[in-house]
Design a binder for this molecule. Structure first.
Ligand SMILES: [Zn+2]
Length: 308
């Protein structure tokens, strides 16, 4: 799932291309994408993009007349940009987009933005809202760690007694962090994914705070450098430069121990036993008993809980 660093880099690319541009038309390729009926989608046709912002893991396109298109890519949604306005889309061909994965096409005077979703599950969502206030309805309320200080972070972290993995990936607690970057943050902080938030020592909380900030900042810079001014077309949760996420059985870049995993639902958590759990392997079965109520069942479920 695209997380804060991916979304920030998408937003920068969108800023350079569509800020101040007029949206000529949106064509939907799937009837499931749009989750709102009012105002009608055609209301944004002919409106200029006046601002772009992030809300958790959502991308918000702000238009004139205080209209907001809010896009959640979920796991498999991706954006693409073509410099020429689309030619394949003719008037009246609303449901016949050329590519089956294509969920929506946004035509601007200077190019076309398209949304695709891999796989067969249609989870990505689009909302059209009137008024910046109504954005709050879609705000899961997670703390923006890059805009917070240590006491705010500590208070949020310890507001309930969760495992660190669960706390970091809960969009109601922290904004923009998902399965991939939480693995990297916990590895960087040398903390176990199953440590309980209310058992942490003050110095461990400070380490986690610093690691969260530095991992998010470093990854924004890395992804920005990777995109190289082009539209980010290779958005993935698995990056070669990651230390543990997606690196099961590979050596930890810090201590050389083999990276291990805990599997749950469709996700897995990767960690280094050498750096994070004092050499202890965390067994799937024991954990599932211990943490059934607390362990995130899937990132998707966490993301959509209580807000749709
Ligand atoms: Zn290690």
């Amino acid at each position: 799932m695209p997380e804060l660093p991916d979304i920030v880099v998408y937003l920068e690319a969108l800023d350079q291309r569509i800020l101040g541009e007029t949206l000529k038309r949106i064509t939907l390729g799937s009837p499931f994408l749009l989750r709102t009926a009012e105002p009608p989608l055609a209301t944004v046709h002919g409106q200029k993009v006046v601002t772009l912002r992030r809300l958790g893991k959502r991308i918000c396109f702000g238009f004139e007349s205080d209209l907001w298109l809010v896009l959640h890519l979920m796991i498999a949604g991706r954006l693409h940009w073509k410099d020429q306005p689309g030619k394949a889309i003719k008037q009246g061909a609303a449901t016949k987009l050329p590519n089956k994965r294509n969920l929506a096409t946004f035509e601007f005077g200077n190019g076309t933005l398209s949304l695709t979703e891999a796989g067969t599950q249609r989870r990505a969502s689009l909302h059209l809202l009137k008024g910046a206030d109504s954005l709050e309805r879609l705000n899961p309320g997670g703390l923006e760690v890059l805009e917070s200080d240590l006491p705010q972070f500590a208070a949020r972290l310890q507001s309930a007694n969760h495992t660190l993995k669960r706390a970091l990936t809960d969009p109601r607690l922290f904004s923009g962090i998902g399965n991939a970057y939480s693995d990297e943050i916990l590895w960087h902080a040398q903390l176990s994914p199953v440590a309980l938030t209310q058992n942490l020592q003050p110095e461990e909380i400070e380490r986690l705070f610093n690691s969260t900030r530095s991992m998010l900042t470093e990854w924004v810079e890395l992804l920005r450098a990777d995109a190289h001014g082009k539209f980010p077309e290779k958005v993935t949760a698995f990056r070669p430069k990651m230390a543990v996420h997606g690196k099961y059985q590979e050596p930890c870049p810090r201590c050389g121990s083999k990276v291990r995993r805990i599997r749950y639902a469709a996700n897995e958590t990767n960690y280094c036993p050498g750096c994070q759990t004092r050499g202890k392997l965390l067994a799937d079965r024991a954990l599932s008993r211990l943490l059934r109520a607390d362990w995130p069942r899937s990132e998707e479920e966490m993301e959509s809980r209580g807000i749709e």
